[in-house]
Design a protein around this ligand. Sequence first.
Ligand code: HEC
Length: 189
Amino acid sequence: MTPDHNNPNRPLEDEPLRHHTYDGIQEYDRRLPNWWLLTFYGSIIFAVGYYACYEWWKALPDQAAVVKKEMARIEAIKLASVSSLSDDNLWAMSNNAQFVAAGKATFLANCASCHKPDLTGNIGPSLVDNVWIHGPQPMQMYATINNGVAAKGMPTWGPVLGTKKITEAAAFILSHHKPNATTKAAEPR
Ligand code: HEC
């Protein structure tokens, strides 16, 4: 009777011996079981598919970006818990992707009508040049947004937006600037 090579329980002695001998050890030429082969070929197919999705089609999230986003989220929680605002922590917020994104949304909804979506200014002055009517320091900007300049047409945002949104909007404006940049006081209008 010819040995049934697909029967995993067949006796070893039915297998042909391979020709090589290492240190006096010989191998039976036994067919690998189907579960083993399936796992092996399956892992090759998975590897190729995974590589293509990750490297070529970018269909999977980039690991470095995931880490960066998560770090920004943790940093934002730390920054949001500061009890009193200062120039320094407003600058820190302006480097935080999450704060800046929230501030951008507030800015586009409430401020862009006068300052333009790209902040270059229209009814209100440009917020991207380094010329400031009310001072270049973060807390000075915060105060202008919070209190407004009624006589000049800048609304009072404190009661409308609250501290958190004003902080975020200020962080968004500051994200277009660098601390210690050379600034200029605007000519009186
Ligand atoms: C109705 C138009 C209008 C809207 C809306 C508006 N602003 Fe203004 N903003 C102005 C005007 C006008 C000034 C200039 C005030 C002055 O001349 O003293 C100004 C000034 C500013 C300044 C000070 C600029 C400087 O040079 O010192 C900041 C900062 C500012 N706005 C931020 C904001 C933010 C943030 C929002 C949204 C929450 C906003 N503005 C919404 C009209 C507007």
